[in-house]
Write a protein that binds this ligand. Structure first.
Ligand code: SAT
Ligand code: MN
Length: 598
């Protein structure tokens, strides 16, 4: 390798780190990303020329690209994701842990020479609005140009991030696909190294190392690695929350606007809810974010949320003009599609987009497709696009102070037990509700599908420290301000099924009816009845939906026997957290049981 100039940026620590990683990984070139459109186009062209990206039909999908990955590199890999805190007990029973010094030795071996024959890209990025005191700068070093393109769409990347950083500190992240190239060796189409894959976080060092995968959640280090796993640990230390939550603004026909944040496990409809087109006339939704919220106590004592991201990495299958017209409009241009199917006229297609599969599809595996081959689009195939293209982009997403939250919503995929919506009795009860979330597993992570698992706060794969401490942190957040300043807390379930296996609630735009009830509850305007599990609606606006009274009663039913069984499952689950399980939440469980038994 040639001599490396030392003055990469104005930040001495960053300069030294770049040199250090370069001498470890031994790339043939180094490129400091400026985040410009020209840079994006140049890198995209390199990938097109190498046959790794396909330019889509400009008449149908301007300035957009299609690509597919290695078939074994299509989702997050939880079994290979590590939280290497100094003490094992700080990582907790829901994370994988390895002793940090041992893991560093392992990483050193993996990364030694891993970028041979490749370009090492240095990607400065800012999570959160430039100039916000709540924003955090990260720098990702990667040997994947695909990652650079995605980071440009997903974050505030390049020069503005460096300007915000100045001489300050940043979260370093090193990513490699893990396939060094010998002199003259031709690259694989989608290089990755599934056998050696690992995604590693050092919460005290605040650093990230990711090896062997090119998939979004494993390789775009600003997203789950920084904005959730590392940020949750920073938030614990500094008194704020990093959450797996969408943020939306909802305006009533009277013109009053409120903000809500909502946590659901991956691939449970966060993007759809964040961009919802309300079925109720006069109501309006605007989107602040679809995946992550950082929540601070504001000067007025209310909780304020920023979206650290600047783009969407959304699940494609099931997205259509019917289910999410705003997403469809957002991805009309300037979008990268990964692992969807390609049509004969070079547009994209996936299951659920619009009727039958057209003739002449190329599947996500890059092969000629026919129905005997299974799904044409990988179930976790994704679009990457800048949030600015969303027709309902809320410009408050750029407010450095964030938006004040009136409600926090939790949900999961539950075919039974959990009613359509209910409200917590108090902040502590709401924290208990968050801790109680279970959901059926989806294609967003490698592993079984449709298996019910506990996923507290939808943070199971993303909490960067001991989940018991995380529960306690949530309880403490409620003590930082007056109870009336806190958002109210809700659980929703769009996925309840009838005994014949059909979804009981139409979902999508009709979810506005549930948001309306929540909106009115936060203004004390909607009636509710107190039940054993919390406040349930006595009247929900189901105008023009042909749902019988009996059907609605079933949707909102609290089946005491099923709930008692649920509490038994929770009691067993909470034991996992041992001494760290907050007494207050065990108390909530006990009181819930007593109310059910009454
Ligand atoms: O793959 S990501 O982790 O980026 C998205 C998700 O699973 O929520
Ligand atoms: Mn997510």
């Amino acid at each position: 390798m040639q001599n490396i100039p030392r003055q990469w940026t104005e930040n001495g620590t960053l300069n030294r780190w770049i040199d250090e990683i370069a001498s470890l990984c031994r790339p043939s070139h180094i490129h400091l990303c400026d985040g410009s459109d020209e840079e994006y186009d140049r890198l995209a062209k390199t990938l097109v020329d190498a046959g790794k990206l396909t330019l889509l039909n400009p008449a149908k999908r301007p300035h957009s690209f299609w690509c597919h990955s290695h078939p074994d590199d299509v989702a997050r890999v939880e079994e290979s994701t590590f939280i290497c805190s100094l003490r094992e007990e700080d990582s907790g029973p829901t994370n994988h842990w390895k002793e940090p010094a041992e893991m560093h030795r392992h990483l050193h071996t993996l990364f030694c020479g891993c970028m041979q024959g490749r370009t090492m890209y240095v990607v400065p990025y800012c999570m959160g609005p430039i100039s916000s005191l709540f924003s955090v700068v990260g720098v990702e070093i990667t040997d994947s140009a695909y990652v650079v393109l995605n980071m440009k769409l997903m974050t505030r990347m390049g020069k503005p991030a460096l300007e915000h950083l100045e001489g300050g500190s940043f979260v370093p992240g090193v990513h490699s696909v893990g396939v060094p190239l010998a002199e003259g060796e031709k690259d694989l189409l989608w290089p990755c190294n599934p056998q050696a894959r690992c995604i590693v976080h050092f919460p005290e060092e605040r650093s990230i190392w990711s090896y062997g995968s090119g998939y979004g959640g494993n390789a775009l280090l600003g997203k789950k690695c920084l904005a959730l796993r590392i940020a949750s640990a920073i938030g614990r230390d500094e008194g704020w929350l990093a959450e797996h939550m969408l943020i939306l603004g909802i305006t009533s026909p009277q013109g009053e606007k409120r903000y809500m944040a909502a946590a659901f496990p991956s691939a449970c409809g966060k993007t759809n809810l964040a961009m919802l087109t309300p079925s109720l006339p006069g109501w309006k939704i605007e989107c602040v974010g679809d995946d992550i919220a950082w929540i601070h106590v504001g000067r007025d004592g209310r909780l304020y949320a920023i979206n650290p991201e600047a783009g969407y990495f959304g699940v494609a299958p099931g997205t259509s003009m019917k289910t999410n017209p705003n997403a469809m409009r957002t991805i009309q241009k300037n979008t990268i599609f990964t692992n969807v199917a390609l049509t004969a006229d070079h547009d994209v297609w996936w299951e659920g987009i619009n009727g039958e599969a057209p003739e002449g599809l190329t599947s996500w595996l890059g092969e000629k497709w026919n129905p005997s081959k299974g799904a044409a689009a990988q179930p976790n195939s994704r679009f990457t696009v800048s949030a600015k293209q969303n027709p309902i982009y809320d410009t408050e997403a750029d407010n450095p102070q964030g938006v004040p939250l009136s409600a926090i919503i939790f949900g999961g995929r539950r075919n039974s037990v959990i009613p359509l919506v209910y409200e917590a009795l108090s902040w502590e009860h709401g924290v208990f509700m968050g801790a109680s979330i279970s959901s059926e597993t989806t294609a967003a992570a490698k592993g079984d599908l449709g298996k019910l698992r506990h996923d507290p706060f939808a943070m199971l794969p993303f909490c960067g420290y001991h989940m018991g401490d995380y529960f306690r942190h949530w309880l403490e957040m409620g003590q930082k301000t007056a109870p009336e300043k806190l958002p109210r807390i809700y659980t929703v379930n769009w996925f309840r099924k009838s005994s014949d296996g059909h979804y009981m609630w139409p979902g999508f735009g009709e979810n506005a009816r549930v948001l309306k009830w929540i909106f009115e509850r936060t203004a004390e305007e909607a009636p509710a009845q107190k039940t054993a599990i919390g406040y349930l609606p006595t009247e929900l606006d189901v105008s023009h939906l042909s749902l019988s009274q009996e059907h609605m009663e079933k949707l909102l039913e609290v089946d005491k026997a099923a709930w008692l069984q649920e509490t038994e499952g929770l009691a067993a689950y909470f034991k996992l957290f041992g001494q760290k399980m907050p007494e207050a939440l065990l108390g909530e469980l006990k009181e819930l049981r007593e109310r059910l038994e009454k």
